[in-house]
Design a protein around this ligand. Structure first.
Ligand SMILES: [Fe+2]
Ligand SMILES: [Fe+2]
Length: 293
């Protein structure tokens, strides 16, 4: 079963009172929502960007090998969408459950804020739309994967969800490396002035979309709990108790920053003094020693 989003609440007496049937329905619905997210993200954004990298380009010269791999990745991504859609059709056929777009956001949900593509486009200014798109893609391909791993971690090797997700996770592991190298190439190809602008836009991206502060965690927890049909009071009590029990992490320890920080390190972004200073000032890096480590 797909129960990863419910794990933080396990053991809470009000949560344990939820019936098995409701948990099962929630789990199937959560799987549906994930498949819908995969399908639309791959088709609407990732594949379109891969086509651009392989064809018309992004305004920065790319080696032929990078263009060829972009075609291979685009092919992977369309296949991921295909599998997700097949699963959605099967789940609908056998259970009647269809995905629902969620209203309130968990940490990975952009609905409550301006779309991240708008953030990069505004930050980089007119004429840099392709750079904005590809920068976001590099982050999402190094962020989305973290979530997939999160899901897979809770699965026993024999479960059906594990089998479905394993293939995708393996592909995404390769994609991560490609997008790290692509960002490194881009970073070394742009002017110092643009590096300052792009670096700041990345730090702001982390601040806006990756900060798991009390408000974000509370919002994510209550929106999950609401889907179990719990009363508003129960949702808030369980969410509050869970935050108190688990505590909140400091920014440099948040799981949401691990992969993006690795991306920025490999791409050479963290070696860039002005950007590194912003990362330290914002609390994503503990001090100068950590930044160069
Ligand atoms: Fe994918
Ligand atoms: Fe990917």
């Amino acid at each position: 079963m797909f129960v990863f989003p419910l794990k933080p609440f396990a053991g809470h007496e009000r949560f344990e009172a939820v019936g098995k049937e409701r948990i099962q329905e929630f789990s199937v619905r959560a799987a549906c929502n994930m498949f819908l997210g995969v399908s639309s993200f791959e088709v609407d954004f990732v594949t379109a960007q891969c086509s651009k990298l392989a064809g018309a380009g992004i305004g920065i010269e790319l080696p032929d090998s990078a263009k060829r791999v972009a075609v291979a990745i685009g092919t992977d991504e369309m296949y991921h969408a295909f599998v997700a859609n097949e699963c959605l059709a099967d789940i609908k056929r056998f259970t009647g459950i269809v995905p629902v777009a969620q209203e309130a956001g968990g940490p990975a949900d952009f609905n409550a804020r301006k779309p991240p593509l708008e953030h990069f486009k505004e930050a980089l200014g007119p004429g840099n739309e392709a750079l904005a798109e590809v920068t976001l893609l590099c982050f999402l391909e190094n962020n989305f994967t973290e979530e997939l791993y999160g899901i897979a971690k809770g699965q026993t090797p024999e479960s059906q969800m594990h089998t479905i997700i394993r293939e995708h996770v393996m592909d995404e592991g390769r994609h991560m490396v490609y997008f790290q190298r692509l960002l490194k190439h881009i970073w070394s190809s742009i002017t110092e002035e643009m590096r300052c602008t792009l670096g700041k836009s990345m730090v702001d991206f982390c601040d806006i979309y990756l900060t798991l502060d009390e408000q974000t965690v509370m919002g994510g927890y209550t929106s999950t709990l609401r889907q179990l049909g719990l009363s508003e009071e129960d949702c808030i009590t369980i969410a509050r108790d869970t935050i108190l029990k688990d505590g909140l992490l400091s920014k440099d320890e948040m799981p949401s920053i691990v992969n993006p920080k690795h991306l920025m390190k490999v791409a050479g972004v963290l070696e860039h003094q002005p950007t590194r200073d912003l990362m330290i000032a914002s609390g994503w890096l503990k001090d100068a020693a950590v930044a160069v480590a």
